[in-house]
Design a protein around this ligand. Structure first.
Ligand code: ADP
Ligand code: MG
Length: 271
């Protein structure tokens, strides 16, 4: 007689449920005239994770971020965020373009931080941060201001609320830009070389803010050449070249044991 043995499992462990996909990029193609810039990009970013995108200049990194935000129309493929198609609507098996108004609504859930900060020069720091919550989301001004002050505190600029962008260093301006992006409570934050325009001594303060966001579970895609940051903060490192993802994986795998010659060649230049 054979008794059914209970399955032995490691005591007390429950297999972790994989995090839901927050950003899902599927087979995205984009050309400018005869230049094929994205040639079938797939990328899945789990909620609460950090993906760092590396790659040589011209490999399509900025175009990929712009595609995620629907600042570029796609030639093929699609992007969804938190299960919602960006820029398009599916009816049966066909995709239709969303209205400009709907795309703007979708973009309010996607924070974008640019290389050159792009703050409004004629608005104070506080006004830069409250502009979209009040204008686009119709939040009450007092609540938006209170939230902006909290965000400024978080990025270490509580005393700069009334300053104008030109009165700030590049690192401070970029931290304001991050606070501004956070004010919309986005589902994902996209960073396009957020420290490339900064003097070297100002890079650290901006990376520290991004690291802090990573610790609190903000979903992020960060295009950067800061390999040390990638190693420390990324859950996934993606190497792009020629409009495709050449390889991706945990930082230790991609950075220390790259599988592809193109990745090795790139890393040997930036490390
Ligand atoms: P990366 O950010 O990796 O440096 P980009 O995505 O900015 O690369 O650009 C990839 C290629 O696409 C480059 O050759 C660039 O000149 C070209 N490109 C980007 N945007 C446009 C555009 N709006 N019109 C024409 N060519 C573009
Ligand atoms: Mg770029």
């Amino acid at each position: 007689m054979t008794a059914t043995e209970p399955q032995t499992t490691a005591a007390g462990t429950v297999a972790p449920r994989p995090a839901a996909t927050m950003v899902d990029v599927r087979n995205v193609h984009k050309s400018f005239g005869r230049l094929d810039v994205l040639r079938g990009v797939d990328l899945r970013v789990p909620a609460g994770s950090v993906t760092v995108v590396l790659g040589p200049s011209g490999s399509g990194k900025s175009t990929l971020l712009r595609a995620v935000n629907h600042l570029e129309k796609l030639d093929r493929g699609h992007v969804s965020i938190d299960g919602e198609l960006i820029g398009y609507r599916r009816v049966g098996d066909r995709l239709y373009e969303r209205s400009a108004r709907e795309v703007l609504r979708q973009r309010t859930h996607i924070g974008f931080v640019f290389q050159n900060f792009n703050l409004f020069p004629h608005l104070t720091v506080l006004q830069n941060i409250t502009e979209a919550p009040v204008g686009a989301l119709r939040r009450p001004k007092a609540a938006a201001r209170a939230q902006a002050r909290e965000l400024l505190d978080r990025v270490g600029l509580a005393d700069k609320a009334d300053a104008y962008p030109r009165q700030l260093s590049g690192g401070q301006q970029q931290r304001v830009a991050i606070a501004r992006a956070l004010a919309l409570e986005p589902k994902v934050l996209l960073f396009d070389e957020p420290t490339s325009a900064l003097d070297p001594e100002l890079v650290g303060e901006v990376l520290d803010v991004i690291k802090d966001l990573a610790r609190t579970g903000t979903t992020m895609i960060v295009v950067t050449h800061e390999i040390g940051f990638a190693r420390e903060v990324a859950d996934t490192v993606v190497f792009m070249d020629g409009g495709v993802v050449v390889e991706q994986g945990p930082p230790a795998a991609v950075l220390d044991h790259p599988q592809h010659e193109r990745t090795r060649a790139f890393l040997s230049k930036v490390l």
